[in-house]
Design a protein. Structure first.
Length: 102
């Protein structure tokens, strides 16, 4: 169903652009948008690589375990069925810290 909606939106947008700006501008905008998409992907790949590396360093240095120990009093009431030595506690603590930091 979503595929049909997606194709309908693309078709409507292409027809609208041809009717309002002409077919030449549609081709130029398509090429320009593809170039911008590639630039965005490259920029995001760099930042994702940086923060993934930082997360791996924090995990190996024990920072996430220390963070989990600090946030554990908050996690108890939120997740009462979670075992105290569960492997998911440091991951939940890291996620909560990232959300708190913005």
């Amino acid at each position: 169903m979503m595929g049909i909606v997606w194709v309908a939106m693309l078709a409507f947008g292409a027809v609208w652009a041809v009717c309002t700006r002409g077919p030449g501008s549609v081709a130029a905008m398509s090429i320009s948008s593809a170039k911008e998409a590639v630039q965005l992907c490259l920029a995001l790949a760099g930042s994702i690589g940086l923060w993934s590396g930082m997360a791996r360093i924090a995990e190996q240095s024990g920072l996430t375990a220390a963070l989990a120990a600090g946030i554990r009093p908050l996690l108890g009431p939120l997740f009462p069925d979670l075992a105290r030595n569960s492997k998911s506690i440091p991951l939940i603590a890291s996620s909560m810290a990232a959300n708190l930091l913005g």
